[in-house]
Write a protein that binds this ligand. Structure first.
Ligand code: ADE
Length: 221
């Protein structure tokens, strides 16, 4: 998979690309990620990327030209263009599975107070990572790329994401424990020490259901 990310703040991605599972996926050539500063595409003599909003109002608005030129230099037949905005469709694990099957993602990070509405005509989808407003689309781009890359076959042990919260059965994860079996008087549930795999599976399923009922009853609908 190839992922191109358009941003005004490329350095924000340094840690993301050079640590942990994403770094490993890049080294194993499961994914290629390129970060593009769309300021480099500005045809303005001052390299401007934003301007004041028509009709007045606070803040600056991203102009269409640099983003159009940048996307058009990258887009191919098989590309999916994603615009990150708090006004987008809420992001869910199901979408991560769908995106993990794509060959090429182009992710546009919005910034400042907003972007010129004509930029939305470039996008195949507008996505929000949640009902809160961040200073820009960079962290949402990392959230999206991370959730997709870990689903690319061979990036992590497949069994670990089959058992994830929000997989097909829409239950939250069950509680897990490791050594020691007694930490400051807090004991690991007996059943997990029993070696009885059928009982363990039953306990885990019941804990998942209980937790989902308590915390996310909306998922059980
Ligand atoms: N940009 C700012 N806030 C955002 C959000 N919640 N989701 C996607 N992009 C954003």
């Amino acid at each position: 998979m190839k992922i191109d990310i358009l941003t005004l703040f490329p350095k924000m991605f340094d840690g993301f690309l050079t640590e942990s599972i994403i770094k490993r996926a890049i080294n194993a050539q499961k994914v290629t990620i390129e970060i593009h500063n769309f300021r480099d595409f500005s045809d303005d003599e001052h390299d401007s990327v934003d301007d004041t909003p028509y009709g007045g109002g606070a803040g600056m608005v991203l102009m269409p030209q640099p983003i159009f030129d940048c996307v058009e230099s990258l887009r191919k037949e098989n590309s999916k263009v994603i615009l990150l905005t708090p006004s987008g469709v809420p992001y869910k694990q199901k979408k991560a599975y769908d995106l993990a099957k794509e060959e090429h993602l182009i992710i546009i990070c919005g910034h400042y107070e907003g972007f010129d509405e004509r930029i939305t005509t470039l996008a195949d989808m507008e996505i929000s990572i949640g009902d809160y407003v961040l200073t820009g689309g960079e962290i949402p781009a990392m959230v999206l790329a991370d959730s997709v890359i870990r689903l690319i076959p061979g990036v992590i042990n497949e069994k670990s994401h089959i058992e994830d919260s929000f997989n097909e059965n829409y239950l939250l994860d069950y509680p897990t424990y490791t050594r020691p079996s007694d930490f400051r008087g807090m004991k690991v549930p007996e059943v997990l020490l029993s070696g009885n795999h059928a009982e363990i599976a039953k306990w885990r399923y019941n804990e998942s259901v209980k937790r989902t009922k308590e915390r996310r009853p909306d998922l059980l609908k």
